[in-house]
Ligand binder design. Structure first.
Ligand SMILES: [Zn+2]
Length: 128
């Protein structure tokens, strides 16, 4: 991601309007570009100061580096969890599709498939 694009995405990041992919690219850029990090810090500080919260303003932390770092770490954590869930869904869909194919094969080739299924069951029992 170029600086110009990162600068355009600062507000969207703060508002949580970036897609997971954009967000990951944005954070990656911010982590390596002090100029864009400063830009984020400026807008984040304004947003943070004006954001209504349950806590009163006096007790809000104004150690902005720490607040932003916590926000970035939290967002990275969410992105990681979304990626893991996505991978799980891919595997789940693959298993579901394999199940459908096996079901169809069992219907049309019952004798061959009973042997194949027994082998598959042995394989699964060994590795799962
Ligand atoms: Zn930059």
């Amino acid at each position: 991601m170029e600086c110009r694009e990162a600068e355009r995405n600062v507000q969207k990041y703060i508002q949580g309007k970036l897609s997971d992919r954009e967000c990951a690219a944005f954070i990656d850029h911010i982590r390596h570009c002090s100029s864009c990090y400063d830009e984020l810090e400026t807008y984040f500080t304004i947003d943070y100061a004006l954001r209504p919260g349950e806590e009163d303003t006096a007790s809000k932390s104004f150690d902005m580096k720490r607040v932003i770092e916590a926000n970035l770490a939290d967002t990275e954590d969410k992105l990681r969890r979304a990626r893991t869930a996505g991978r799980f869904m891919d595997v789940f869909m693959l298993v579901a599709e394999a199940g459908l194919v096996l079901t169809a094969l069992c219907k049309f080739l019952p004798d061959t498939m009973s042997v194949v299924l027994a082998r598959a069951a042995e394989f699964l029992a060994k590795y799962i």
